[in-house]
Ligand binder design. Structure first.
Ligand code: FES
Length: 191
């Protein structure tokens, strides 16, 4: 007698049910994985050819005249083809950064560790969000600075404080402070 209950036979379950789907998924995943490996092996030599040599990177540096930056203002420069933010903090912004218990932060660092002695008001960071690399807002006049008064990345909502430290959102670490020196009271050299 025909089965009128609508229940699949054991054979049908194997062919169309969970097991069958899993088997097909596995085959698809295996195929994508193999393509991914092949793609990567083709791309890697290309990328290594395009990357500048260590020597070139070491030689490239950027000088920035900071004399015209007023407290509360920032400027954008380019350092090794990426945005560089240089900001002169107000007394209030310095106090806000200092009032935070650095140990409680996702990437624990004090303002002192992120600035140079004698120049606590000058914050030099890369303008590159540490989540997926967007350029955060907050350096140009009128741009939103996020909930902590520093920088805000609109791509996925990362908020950085007045010391450029990650305070909220998906970014894993603080905005990077590149290597730099003060070559005079009014000029910094990154790199
Ligand atoms: S790239 Fe900035 S939050 Fe995702």
């Amino acid at each position: 007698m025909a089965d009128t209950t609508g229940t699949a036979t054991p054979e049908a379950a194997v062919e169309h049910g969970e097991d069958g789907v899993r088997r097909r998924d596995f085959i698809n995943i295996a195929a994508i994985g193999a393509a991914g490996v092949g793609g990567a092996s083709v791309l890697l030599p290309l990328i290594s050819q395009m990357a500048p040599s260590e020597d070139v990177l070491a030689e490239s540096s950027t000088e920035v005249d900071i004399s015209a930056i007023e407290p509360g203002q920032a400027i954008k420069a380019i350092f090794r083809k990426q945005p560089l933010f240089v900001r002169r903090l107000t007394e209030k912004e310095i106090a806000e950064a200092g009032a935070v218990n650095a140990g409680s932060l996702r990437d624990p660092q004090t303002l002192e560790e992120r600035t140079k002695e004698g120049h606590r008001d000058i914050l030099v960071t890369m303008g590159v969000c540490t989540h997926l690399g967007c350029v955060p807002l907050g350096a140009a006049e009128g741009e939103v600075k996020g909930e902590f008064g520093g920088y805000f990345c609109p791509c996925h909502g990362s908020h950085y404080d007045t010391a450029g430290r990650i305070r909220k959102g998906p970014a894993p670490t603080n905005l990077e402070v590149p290597e730099y020196v003060f070559t005079s009271d009014t000029v910094i050299q990154a790199g």
